[in-house]
Design a protein around this ligand. Structure first.
Ligand code: PXG
Length: 458
């Protein structure tokens, strides 16, 4: 049984101590870790025990620069006092309120704030607890919308190759990452996929949006011809695909998708679980790209990841289609025990205050060109076949080593951690997405550490 012992950790004051100030477990067996090679992890564990601002602290006391904002989610930096205080106060005042046929004030306050922040008439908010639940909810709202309008035959869903929409059955089915699907059967019926937009022949080493690839949106016309628009409920895409290794939308691509969807009565869903809350230098990717989806899924940065929470933002027209039935009728037979949980709402409200007071979305936009120049210093590094970037995101792609997909990116990730930076391996790509509070100096250090790790990785 794997054991750990004798680790040191930073003390309460953040000062590293050689004494084991934080207890670490010595039995790692029971916990079946998600999206992790469990046996390999447990033979060489990596334990995070503390975080503040731009940094994590490992169980062995080392300080790690967070190059991934946790998992694309801690946009305002770690352990923000305002969020901690809001959660603590809420826990003491109203720990839980049922969301079914009852409400509590902060759920309404937060919904109004989100409707205000969102572009266009994305005016209504349905709460969930994760990105995966946001996706399931958005897909169900899309189908139920057509049902409410008297077109119940519109049930097909179109996703995209290499898309990631969480791990539940709907999101897995519209998702396009083979590894996430192959263990789990056939998935939802009536699902089809657009091609992805990544082609190194045409768009390697792009800065920002690639010039090539808008024509790939027209593949939707072919899918509509195949299935008939009258059978299609929605198209779901990540405006910028994150988990698959950072695929930036070609210029004009999202505009074209929206145009085709609009012309055929098909709802367009943007999965903004990663791109929401400043990641691309605007509140949402929809705003950055100037394309308004009918539904938008959000999670992660909504609470700065301090409490799990997600939501679906819904355009007025879609919402209002449900409000035609008799007033006593439940309009949508859907919801979760923890929808709009008081502590999550408190955390989200405090998070939105920070984003606003610290101007973090504009800060990210202001740092974009510095970030771009910094990450493209890796263009010439060994084995690197692409560096791509947008907002405060970058992907660094490597050649496959010895026919072992992903091995090199994984080794770069572990080497980075040894040197002092947290990065995220995604297939052959290392993804970077730091908290939006990162300084220019920290950008330089992060990129230097990644460069050093690449140089040290065969
Ligand atoms: N949609 C998108 C676009 C996501 O990125 C989800 C939905 C699901 O969210 P939850 O909260 O259910 O995990 C995500 C999640 C990675 C990585 O390696 C990214 C995610 C999850 C796991 C790994 O980049 N994003």
């Amino acid at each position: 049984m794997p054991r750990m012992g004798g680790e040191t950790a930073p003390g309460e004051d953040g000062i590293l101590s050689r004494e084991p100030a934080i207890q670490v477990p010595n039995d790692l067996d029971a916990y079946w870790m998600p999206f992790t090679a469990n046996r390999r992890f447990k033979s060489a564990p990596r334990l995070l025990v503390k975080a503040k601002g731009m940094h994590y602290f490992m169980a062995d006391g080392r300080e790690i620069l967070d190059g991934t904002a946790g998992l694309w989610c801690v946009n305002a930096g770690h352990c923000r006092d305002e969020i901690t205080a809001a959660i603590a106060a809420q826990a003491a005042e109203l720990d839980y309120a049922t969301a079914f046929q009852m409400g509590h004030p902060k759920a309404f306050e937060l919904a109004a704030r989100l409707a205000d922040l969102a572009p266009g008439d994305l005016d209504h908010v349905f709460y969930v607890n994760s990105g995966s639940e946001a996706v399931e909810t958005a897909l169900k709202i899309a189908m139920a919308y057509h049902h409410a309008r008297g077109e119940p035959g519109r049930t097909r869903l179109i996703g995209r190759e290499r898309g990631y929409h969480g791990v539940n059955f709907g999101g897995m089915s519209v998702g396009g990452i083979g590894n996430n699907r192959r263990q789990f059967g056939a998935g939802l019926p009536g699902v089809d996929h657009l091609p992805h937009t990544h082609d190194l022949q045409h768009n390697a080493f792009s800065r920002g949006q690639p010039d090539w690839g808008v024509h790939l949106a027209d593949e939707l016309v072919g899918l509509i011809a195949l299935h008939d628009a009258s059978t299609i409920a929605a198209v779901i895409v990540e405006p910028m695909a994150g988990s698959t290794g950072v695929l930036v939308p070609p210029k004009g691509y999202l505009e074209r998708l929206a145009e085709i969807c609009g012309a055929h009565g098909i709802l367009l869903i943007f999965d903004e679980v990663i791109t929401g809350f400043g990641r691309l230098g605007a509140a949402f990717a929809a705003e950055r790209f100037g394309v308004l989806p009918d539904l938008m899924t959000i999670a992660k940065g909504l609470t700065n990841a301090a409490i799990p929470m997600g939501a679906v933002l819904v355009r007025k027209g879609v919402h209002d289609a449900f409000m035609q039935a008799p007033e006593a009728m439940i309009e949508l037979f859907h919801g979760y025990t923890y929808s709009g949980h008081p502590m999550a709402c408190a955390a989200a409200l405090a998070t939105l205050d920070i984003y606003e007071n610290d101007g973090l979305f504009a800060r990210a936009a202001g740092l974009e060109s510095y970030w771009e120049d910094a990450v493209h210093r890796l263009d010439e590094a060994d084995h690197v076949i692409d560096v791509r970037n947008i907002g405060l995101v970058a992907g660094i792609e490597f050649t496959t080593r010895d026919g072992k997909p992903g091995a090199r990116a994984y080794d770069v990730f572990t080497k980075c951690l040894e040197i002092g930076a947290l990065t995220r391996p995604a297939g052959e790509t290392i993804a970077l997405s730091p908290p939006l509070i990162i300084s220019e100096d920290e950008i330089d250090r992060l990129v230097a550490m990644v460069g050093e790790a690449i140089a040290a990785t065969p």
